[in-house]
Design a protein around this ligand. Structure first.
Ligand SMILES: [Fe+2]
Length: 479
């Protein structure tokens, strides 16, 4: 009996020691240096931007979730010459389109650029976990695509998300997109800065929005991309008379914001499989009393971890960043929302903006207030993991200069292009990995098992309770 106790004590000591060593781990700054293609946009006549054959053929096709729970899809596309039809024919068999939905058409001008006819069509009342085929456009110019609906909302529904940010339209962007498409992820969480069209002037801004949408169609027409807005979507360009923020973005990329009672397409929430995803706007008012602030508070209150255990937040500007680029830009949002992220046990927060990859430990800085000290982030098991994936590959290049020394909150950082995936296995576990573009699809550069902040703790607590009861019962039996 005594030796068993000694053995138990030894095991316990080892785990305590290991825990200390592990928590004391210094972060890693990867020394990997990759050769990169020049950060220039792919020329417009390249085949990646090819216009589909046929008069007025639909182009720039992309889809996004169309409701709160994943039973609807918004299909968007552009017809270049005339409005044509906004109708979508769809069904579960390619041979037979049983259903028809009627969409809307809009267009806009940007300086002297006139957009094509932008169509948005909602398909709702879809069956879960079903492959749908859809057809858009008229006559010989019509085009056909497909998508798969997610499983019904269920705490143990397995689902694989991809995460991409700051993509742009360079050869590096193409590499990211091609690597992402090998990942077998089912939907994209896009963390802002889509086309970088605002790097152009005058009519070329609109032209580059068009080319980007043709570029991502290879993925975005077949699986939903969940959009969030970055600074390159703002397009405040008074020198050419364009002062309405987010004009191109809002015309082209609808979101199901009203389904989550949001007053703006720039911030909203969706539920998909076992995840509750909250999208925030770094460039819309978010301080106390603003619509985004009130909306977020209400949305966090609505989250039901018994139905959707995984709470994920997307934003453009990272809250914890240790790169020289955009350092401290997330501080304003941190000071307003961090307390809620900890209180509501957000699992993971994805951001972009910084053109490099970085992952934080679970840390928080919620004890700091202006009138007292405690000004450093500290380990906090209820805090989210913060991940920056602004490494899609746009024409601004990499943010290669990290702050030295690496702050304690930074777990891993590397200035390479790439994308991430989050593979939810069940209510307690998810597998996360970041892939730099140079690696084959089997090589995860940064990977870890994510324990759910709600269920993993609950299960542990229950197990501990059960174990404790068993120990007490055992002790009583020996008396
Ligand atoms: Fe950005």
């Amino acid at each position: 009996m005594g030796s068993v106790l000694m053995l138990l004590q030894l095991v316990l000591t080892f785990f305590l020691f290991w825990g200390l060593v592990k928590n004391g781990d210094a972060g890693i700054t990867s020394s990997f240096i990759r050769t990169e293609w020049p950060s220039v946009d792919i020329p417009l006549d390249n085949e990646v931007f090819a216009v589909p054959d046929g008069h007025n053929a639909p182009q720039q096709v992309h889809i996004t979730q169309g409701d709160y729970n994943g039973e609807a899809v918004i299909i968007s596309w552009v017809t270049p010459d005339n409005p044509g039809s906004s109708k979508v024919q769809y069904g579960v068999s390619k041979a037979k389109y049983d259903f028809t939905a009627e969409g809307t058409v809009t267009n806009y001008t940007f300086y002297k650029y006139k957009s094509g006819y932008i169509h948005h069509c909602l398909l709702d009342g879809l069956e879960y976990d079903t492959k749908y085929y859809y057809k858009i456009g008229d006559g010989d110019s019509s085009r056909e695509f497909w998508f798969q609906t997610p499983p019904m909302i269920n705490p143990d529904a397995a689902y694989k998300f991809g995460i991409i940010g700051d993509l742009g339209q360079t050869y590096n962007s193409l590499s990211t997109l091609e690597h992402y498409m090998q990942s077998e992820a089912e939907a994209v969480l896009f963390v802002g800065d889509l086309s970088y069209a605002d790097r152009y002037k005058y009519n070329d801004v609109g032209v580059r929005w068009d080319s980007w949408a043709r570029f991502v169609e290879r993925s975005a027409a077949y699986q939903p991309w969940m959009w969030s807005a970055g600074n390159h979507e703002i397009e405040y360009m008074p020198y050419m008379g364009e002062v309405l923020p987010f004009k191109s973005y809002l015309h082209r990329y609808p979101t199901p914001h009203s389904a989550s009672k949001s007053s703006s397409p720039l911030w909203y929430a969706i539920r998909r499989a076992s995840a509750h995803i909250i999208v925030l706007s770094s460039y819309s008012p978010f301080v106390k009393y603003t619509p985004q602030y009130i909306w977020l508070y209400n949305e966090l209150e609505k989250v039901n971890r018994e139905e959707t255990p995984w709470l994920i937040v997307l934003m453009h500007v990272p809250i914890y960043n240790s790169n020289e680029a955009h350092f401290k830009e997330g501080e304003s949002m941190r000071s307003v929302f961090e307390e809620w992220f900890v209180r509501y046990k957000v699992d993971i927060i994805f951001a972009g903006h910084v053109h490099a990859y970085e992952r934080s430990y679970r840390i928080s800085n919620i004890h700091y207030n202006v009138s007292t000290g405690n000004c450093y982030p500290v380990a906090d098991k209820f805090a989210p993991v913060y991940i920056t994936v602004g490494d899609g590959g746009n024409q601004e290049g990499l943010a290669a200069k990290f702050r030295d020394p690496q702050p304690d909150y930074s777990a891993f950082r590397e200035a390479s292009y790439g994308h991430s995936t989050l593979e939810i296995k069940n209510r307690t576990h998810a597998f996360y990995q970041w892939n730099r573009n140079d690696d084959g699809k089997q090589v995860a550069t940064d990977a870890f098992v994510l324990h759910n902040q709600y269920w993993a703790n609950n299960l542990r607590r229950r197990k501990l309770k059960k174990h404790h009861l068993r120990s007490v019962a055992g002790w009583i039996a020996t008396q």
